[in-house]
Write a protein that binds this ligand. Structure first.
Ligand SMILES: NC(=O)c1ccc[n+]([C@@H]2O[C@H](COP(=O)([O-])OP(=O)(O)OC[C@H]3O[C@@H](n4cnc5c(N)ncnc54)[C@H](O)[C@@H]3O)[C@@H](O)[C@H]2O)c1
Length: 443
């Protein structure tokens, strides 16, 4: 049958597929009151809703700003008969904020490539029958650029990407999200105090926390990237009381990757020989790259790099300030490596951590075994069974040097927390930030 025998059917906005476990002729309810068949796998064709031989040319719907499906992703797919009995996994809804920004511009394409390549390689991670929906949240100013992003996704023909919605309302875009990658934030403008940045971005994350609380999956995993990401993650979490606090992460994986690279360089080995790398604390220049517990070729770092002065000073500062140096060279901040580190962070949660190893992520401190103040989001060493959850690593060493550094980062985060009390429901804010530390990446 010729392709032109079929007319594409555009889905309504807010289409809410919940399961794709059996591709029979199931119907799904949408919030926009229509019943529609779920978009289905079809090698080349879209669903037949008009009489055969009636030729209609698909016309992309005009796109509003309320989280609507975009272009080719609005098509309703049909199955070839042979595929009707095939079993599929549930569609995964991935919400991405700041989707028209630089990091997202790398990330959105990396996620698809990662899914495709991992299925080719081993069928691991989400697997070969795992359809993906992307819900792209932008700001009013970036909406047109968001359409451009959606167009590029269309043109990339990713086989597992089944839905793309774009919009500017988190209550629409976070609907049923199982992953929320919160990247969008305002940059720190010239002359802006760190307290000002905390407030302006904190408001964004308070609103997005409320939206997640109202409409996302109850088990959504949230990775906060937008800076200051630890405190933004805390604000987001406090505004989403119905979602487990454990599900909120602040991205410190880029810092971990940077630290591994510096140790590898110094030791003269490839970076895959570096393991057990912890970044403790805040994603700021008070962060603590831990060379006490890290390993190179399975050995303690200090057995391989016998230069304590380098470890304590150069290594630590190089990692802390890597982002700023990169801006000076590149003229912009680290979009690509941040995107890679976001994929690394997701992968660490959905694949079992290698025996004896761990990864760093900023998580809620309640119940931590290291004596770190409770009720903040602090980067710590974690392991995962690959189920999206994690546990804190207990058997780590903490010496005086490490303890002192950890306390400095802790003090900074406690001060940031006081500074955003009005956004976490803890009364009046009081800002006494200990010095104006830079975020990695700021000049
Ligand atoms: N945690 C980390 O390791 C790490 C690393 C690098 C950058 N960052 C941070 O990530 C953030 C984004 O960086 P980028 O380079 O992509 O910036 P960018 O300026 O290129 O993109 C940010 C995008 O977010 C959008 N945005 C602003 N407010 C929004 C809102 N309320 N809702 C949705 N979207 C909104 C903007 O319109 C813009 O398109 C920054 O805060 C940056 O400091 C974090």
């Amino acid at each position: 049958m010729a392709v032109t025998d079929f007319t594409p059917t555009y889905k309504q906005p807010h289409f809410l597929p919940s399961q794709l476990s059996s591709l029979s002729t199931r119907l799904y309810t949408t919030r926009s009151r229509a019943l529609r068949p779920f978009p289905r796998r079809n090698n080349a064709r879209v669903c037949c809703s008009v009489a055969p031989n009636q030729v209609q040319v698909p016309v992309a719907p005009s796109v509003g700003k309320k989280g609507e499906c975009y272009g080719v992703f609005c098509l309703t797919y049909d199955l070839k008969a042979a595929e009707e009995t095939k079993s599929w996994k549930s569609l995964i809804n991935i919400a991405v904020s700041g989707a028209a920004g630089m990091i997202s511009n790398h990330l959105l394409f990396k996620i698809q490539q990662w899914l495709s390549s991992s299925q080719l390689a081993s069928g691991e991670v989400f697997g070969p029958d795992q359809p993906i929906a992307l819900k792209l949240l932008g700001s009013e100013r970036s909406f047109q650029a968001l359409e451009g992003v959606a167009m590029e996704l269309e043109d990339s023909l990713y086989p597992l990407l089944r839905e793309v919605s774009i919009g500017i309302d988190p209550y629409d875009l976070f609907q049923d999200a199982e992953w929320a990658l919160l990247i969008g934030a305002k940059p720190r403008g010239p002359g802006m105090e760190r307290a000002g940045l905390l407030d302006i971005n904190g408001q964004i994350f308070a609103e997005q926390g409320k939206a997640l609380n109202a409409v996302a999956s109850r088990n959504v995993k949230v990775i906060v990237v937008g800076n200051p990401c630890n405190t933004n993650a805390l604000i987001c979490m406090k505004n989403a009381p119905n979602i487990p606090a454990k599900n909120f992460h602040a991205l410190t994986r880029l810092d971990e990757n940077r630290a591994k690279c510096q140790l590898a360089l110094k030791a003269g080995v490839f970076y895959d020989k570096v393991s057990n790398m912890t970044i403790w604390g805040n994603h700021s220049t008070t962060q603590v790259p831990d060379f006490l517990n890290a390993r190179i070729m399975g050995l303690p770092v200090k057995d391989v790099i016998k230069d304590s002065k380098w470890l304590e000073k150069d290594f630590t500062e190089d990692v802390q300030k890597r982002g700023g140096v990169l801006i000076k060279k590149w003229g912009r901040s680290s979009g690509a490596s941040t995107a890679v580190s976001i994929v690394d962070a997701i992968r660490s949660l959905v694949t079992p951590t290698r025996e004896g190893d761990w990864f760093s992520t900023g998580v809620y401190t309640n119940g931590n075994p290291y004596g770190i103040a409770e009720d903040i989001v602090f980067s710590m060493p974690c392991r995962s069974k690959g189920d999206g959850d994690y546990e804190l690593v207990k058997d780590v060493l903490i010496d005086d040097f490490l303890h002192e550094r950890i306390k400095k980062s802790e003090a900074e985060l406690l001060a940031e927390k006081r500074c955003v009390a009005h956004l976490t429901g803890e009364g009046n804010a009081y800002c006494d930030l200990p010095g104006d530390t830079m975020l990695p990446g700021e000049q």
